[in-house]
Design a protein around this ligand. Structure first.
Ligand code: SF4
Length: 259
């Protein structure tokens, strides 16, 4: 894979979307009429037109949404994604420059002691397990895949520390391949709020999303949902009055509703 330029993502909703939202800002009287809205559809057979509109608005709001993890190649992305479990991408991005300076290749990771790797990744949390995963993945890469990151989900899942979320990130971002939909904490939460699934298990959520989202949208959809989850549809108090998806959303925990 051609080396990818490392870059920090900070995608803002587009100007057009912001203007549209500004026009629909609630008045004080609207604020006073905050209400809880029951989910209208089953989450099992979403209206294709609603899905198409949802995708259109997400794309308009986050036209350049990409993976926020800094990396220069598929191996670095794999490591960064393993480190991002239970940790922010921003924290991972603080750690990886020095980590990849000390251990620039899978071979270097495979030869490093676990304490040496742990020392570098301590601040990302769960560093004992993450060091084992990264070290194990490096060794497996060398023994089974010629030192190169494999390009199928089945092969990626044989690497220690790699589950479908990491596999989908690597396949989609590093190789432009769509074998599934990335389901992280943001995609999970937003999929429930938007009535796209009722499942709790990430694998079942992914299956629901793969069924209702057209395949050619899978990669962008994940990135857009993650950015929307970080900026607007946050966990505790979603900013519904600013949300470009508001008229399509019947989440029971909306903080403001126009309908
Ligand atoms: S309207 Fe509110 S709950 Fe629904 S997607 Fe937007 S921010 Fe999230």
């Amino acid at each position: 894979m051609a080396a990818m330029a490392a870059k920090k993502m900070s995608v803002k909703p587009s100007r057009k979307a912001s203007e549209k939202r500004a026009r629909s800002e609630p008045t004080s009287s609207k604020k006073a009429s905050r209400k809880q809205v029951k989910r209208a559809d089953s989450g099992l057979e979403p209206d294709p037109k609603r899905i198409a509109e949802l995708l259109r608005r997400l794309q308009a709001a986050y036209p350049n949404a990409e993976c926020a993890l800094h990396h220069r190649n598929a191996w670095e992305l794999l490591v960064a994604t393993i480190l991002s479990a239970q940790c922010t991408d921003a924290r991972v991005n603080l750690v990886t420059p020095e980590l990849f300076r000390k251990f620039p290749t899978p071979q270097a990771f495979a030869q490093a002691s676990l304490p040496a790797i742990e020392e570098e990744i301590r601040s990302t949390g769960f560093y004992h397990n993450k060091a084992k995963s990264v070290s194990g993945a490096a060794k497996k890469l060398i023994s089974d895949f010629g030192g190169k990151v494999p390009q199928t989900m089945a092969e990626l899942l044989t690497l220690p520390g790699v589950a479908r979320k990491t596999g989908n990130v690597v396949l989609g971002v590093a190789f432009g391949k769509t074998e599934g939909v990335v389901v992280d904490t943001h995609v999970l939460r937003l999929s429930h709020r938007l009535g796209l699934t009722r499942a709790e298990d990430p694998k079942r959520v992914e299956e629901d999303l793969m069924r209702i989202i057209p395949r050619d949208h899978w990669i962008a959809f994940s990135h857009e949902m993650i950015h929307h989850g970080r900026q607007i549809c946050v966990a505790r108090k979603p900013k519904c009055a600013e949300c470009p998806l508001e008229t399509l959303c019947n989440a029971p925990d909306k903080t403001w509703s126009s309908h």
